[in-house]
Design a protein around this ligand. Structure first.
Ligand code: ACO
Length: 444
């Protein structure tokens, strides 16, 4: 029994203000369980047993809706108040005043960089954007219509084979190098996936450009000698990346931490995060939003669609969030970026009117207000990506680029956290027990 477990039942006086008294009605026994940081330790419940044979009480939390899996000092969210902070800095201020690489530094190292630190960091990222030439060959092996998220996931995982030292996860310098490589190379891999689908030659990174400009160049450069991005578009993209950079223990970050807890290299762990992000309930939602808007087609079809959602026939994609139950602060910032991008591209999109009408009706409808369903980060981001000329399949890839610093920051924190072990949940077994094997010709 651990120290915590032993003390769990005996600290009633010292922690009278911060403990939970549990009476097990099966036995009549009473237990005192310490409360720290608003939580009780699940392992403190293990002492609650019917008899000595009993395994002890567990908690059942199928989607970790009420379970803290770690201590983290990276991202703070207050879902009821709509607050999102990276290392204590409000997302609104970072989106307006910082650059994506500055935010990446903040997430990973815990403080905003000074000028010299930022220059060194930017230089490190910029000079690691190239990938091994062999990467091109295996990207070529994908079918022409392969989904870029599948390609990204596979190619991020494959990076571990190019950097076998990455498995030295307890070596600080090695960890730093892989973090730089991941943030630097993910846009290159993403752009290769995009060009592959188009049948266009891959564009090598341009170290004269900033992070967002370079990515746009690798996507869209054709024959021009030097690619020049519209600064308003590059800025909007940079803001979008900042908004996606971290979001505490979401599905993909939990995947990165969980896979990383086996002490595998960070490329394999981040590839797991890319896989989790691909799902339509997570990062894949921005693709689903645009497909939904296209299906609705025009403003007059919105009320009928909303009725279908209320009848339970489908979900209003881009609405609702496990944590935000008031508004998603990222959605507010994105809404403004939509205007900037449309102004820069000189385009309009009739689907914007559909999105606005959906939002208007849903925010007034009791079905949505009662369930606290508000637009999330994905509701408007797809419209921006489309205005940038990206196909829907690339939307989640953009999210993955933005989320990479968050994944590596969380991975780094996990690797250095002495309390963490290999992630290994328990189960409630519901199947049969100890049956005799039946030869195949005797089975019914
Ligand atoms: N449209 C219609 N109804 C919804 C929606 C929605 N988008 N989201 C939730 N609901 C309803 C549910 O049907 C449920 O209703 P009920 O109580 O009558 O059964 C209630 O609201 C609660 O929903 P849950 O699914 O229990 O909420 P949960 O926290 O598990 O789900 C999620 C959160 C997955 C984001 C959900 O709101 C959803 O599917 N949204 C659409 C997909 C989406 O936009 N995902 C992106 C999330 S943000 C991100 O990953 C970056």
């Amino acid at each position: 029994m651990s120290e915590t477990q032993e003390s769990a039942g005996t600290t009633s006086v010292a922690t009278a203000q911060a403990s939970l008294t549990v009476v097990d009605n099966r036995t009549g026994k009473s237990y005192e369980v310490p409360i720290t940081d608003g939580t009780v330790r699940a392992m403190d419940l293990r002492q609650i047993k019917v008899d000595d044979e009993d395994f002890g009480l567990m908690t059942y939390d199928p989607a970790y809706t009420n379970t803290a899996s770690c201590r983290s000092a990276i991202t703070f969210i207050d879902g009821d108040k709509g607050i999102l902070e990276y290392r204590g800095y409000p997302i609104e201020q970072l989106a307006e005043q910082a650059t994506f690489l500055e935010v990446a530094y903040l997430l990973i190292f815990g403080e905003l960089p000074n000028r010299e630190q930022l220059d060194r960091w930017t230089h490190a990222i910029t000079t690691h954007t190239f990938v091994h030439e062999n990467v091109k060959s295996f990207v070529e092996g994908f079918r022409y219509d392969a989904h870029p998220m599948g390609m990204l996931q596979a190619s991020v995982a494959a990076l571990s084979t190019f950097y076998p030292e990455a498995k030295e996860i307890h070596d600080e310098q090695v960890r730093y190098e892989q973090i730089v490589r991941l943030i630097a190379k993910v846009p290159t891999l993403a752009a290769f996936a995009f060009r592959h689908a188009k049948g266009m030659p891959y564009v090598y990174p341009d170290n004269d450009l900033n992070y967002a400009e370079n990515f746009l160049g690798m996507l869209f450069k054709i024959a021009e000698l030097k690619y020049q991005a519209d600064p308003r578009i590059a800025k909007a993209l940079d803001v979008l990346l900042i908004l996606h950079a971290d979001h505490e223990q979401n599905c993909s970050t939990s995947a990165v931490r969980s896979v990383g807890s086996s002490q595998v290299d960070p490329y394999s762990a981040v590839a797991a995060g890319v896989g989790a992000l691909y799902g339509p309930l997570h990062g894949g939602a921005n693709q689903s939003v645009l497909e939904m808007l296209q299906r609705i087609g025009s403003v007059e079809n919105v009320p009928g669609f909303i009725e279908g959602v209320k009848a339970g026939n489908e979900r209003l994609m881009g609405f609702g969030h496990r944590v935000y139950k008031n508004f998603d602060p990222r959605a507010k910032i994105i809404k403004k970026a939509v205007d900037d991008v449309f102004e820069a591209t000189g385009t309009t999109n009739p689907l914007l009117a559909v999105a606005q009408e959906l939002e208007k009706i849903a925010l007034e409808d009791e079905y949505f207000t009662k369930r606290k369903l508000y637009p999330n980060v994905d509701f408007y981001s797809g419209l921006i990506y489309e205005a940038l000329g990206l196909p829907v399949e690339m939307f989640t890839v953009l999210f993955a680029i933005g989320r990479t610093p968050g994944w590596v920051a969380q991975w780094l924190e996990m690797v250095q956290d002495k309390e963490q072990k290999i992630a290994r949940p328990r189960q409630i077994y519901t199947g049969d027990r100890t049956r005799d094997y039946v030869p195949i010709d005797q089975r019914g």
